[in-house]
Design a protein around this ligand. Structure first.
Ligand code: TXA
Ligand code: MG
Length: 322
């Protein structure tokens, strides 16, 4: 049972109230298909500052602006290339964030003073409903980082948000209960500021999917001039030490595909059936290892060039590059 004064259901009334609270300058954590976000009105400097405080996040890290449709892109971004529109048409609403040159509306407190802005249209119906109602009330966009303390594992349920930041919320803030996030890892971030496209953070929208879009000039070069907190060496980390693709030994926790047999003395945390299951269960499994007090969790990542890349990225960061 959740014990939270902030928790609210996802009924139409509750979502309407949450939209009103955003307009009033409060924080609202809400489910998205990737992970739970901690939302604030993207034009309200005070509200956005509170996000940084609540998360304990350095203020020069940029936030993603969430809007209800592709139509709002021009409000926040300028010089939008055609291929970015094509990406939006192909994968929005969905687990993709586009980095574009910013409009004036995207202020320094949103972009970390960079000349770019990250924009996403989430597909989770509760998130879309919240954004649509917020926009009907005159709102223009909702910034929402993952609702975890800085550097920690992203939340994939309302309970996780409560556990991470509940104690830092104040009267008027809300957490919308919307079950478990379907995808389970953060959106794919694509840099669209230049003629060539680069992936800044891999996710459920894979390289292959991006390359299939017309007009894409794909580059695998890394972009080092952008600040991206997920690109820090250690991120998404539980307390337990995370070991990747090593043989688990007695006393360790294990996450592996169901086909892998649990060695004797090893505690099986989860047994996903396939790669999307793996992503969905990854963060709750890392949390579970902590709750159970394990010092080590071994994660055996499936091999492949699809979402496996994103899994390897997140687990590598959780393991601090080990
Ligand atoms: O799936 C997601 O993207 C989730 C849900 C809630 O939408 N949000 C999320 O936000 O993961 P956050 O703040 O935890 O991670 C956003 C990443 C950060 O690493 C940030 O540096 C990067 O996006 N980012 C945001 N704006 C950027 C910009 N203008 N240029 C480069 N990177 C940017
Ligand atoms: Mg995050």
């Amino acid at each position: 049972m959740m014990n939270s004064q902030f928790l609210t259901s996802c009924s139409a009334d509750a979502i309407q109230r949450a939209a009103e609270q955003l307009i009033a300058g409060h924080l609202v954590a809400f489910p998205t298909e990737t992970v739970y976000g901690l939302g604030a009105d993207a034009t309200n400097e005070q509200a956005v500052r509170r996000i940084y405080e609540v998360k304990g996040r350095p203020t020069n890290h940029p936030l993603i602006v969430h809007v209800s449709s592709l139509n709002a892109l021009g409000l926040w971004a300028r010089d939008i290339p055609d291929f970015a529109i094509s990406l939006g048409r192909a994968f929005w609403p969905g687990p993709m964030t586009l980095i574009l040159k910013r409009q004036e509306l995207a202020r320094d407190f949103v972009t970390g003073s960079q000349d770019s802005v990250g924009i996403r249209v989430p597909s989770e119906p509760i998130a879309l409903e919240l954004l649509a109602r917020f926009e009907l009330l005159g709102g223009l966009g909702v910034v929402a980082p993952s609702g975890n303390r800085f550097g920690r594992v992203s939340p994939t349920s309302a309970q996780h948000v409560q556990d991470e930041i509940g104690k830092n919320l104040v009267h008027g803030d809300l957490i919308i209960e919307g079950g478990n996030s379907n995808i389970g890892i953060e959106s794919t971030i694509i840099d669209c500021r230049n003629d060539t496209t680069t992936i800044l953070r891999p996710g459920a929208i894979t390289t292959e999917m991006i390359k299939s879009v017309n007009g894409i000039n794909f580059s695998t070069a890394e972009n080092r001039d952008l600040r991206i907190s997920g690109a820090l060496e250690k991120h998404y980390a539980p307390n337990a030490k995370v070991l990747i693709n090593q043989s688990p030994i007695k006393g360790q926790a294990l996450m592996a595909l169901s086909a892998f047999e649990t060695p004797e003395g090893v505690y099986r945390i989860s047994s996903p059936e396939n790669v999307s299951d793996f992503a969905r269960l990854l963060y709750s499994s890392l949390r579970r290892a902590d709750e159970l007090g394990f010092d080590v969790i071994v994660v055996l990542i499936p091999e492949g060039q699809g979402m496996e890349i994103a899994l390897l990225d997140r687990v590598s960061k959780a393991s601090n590059g080990l």
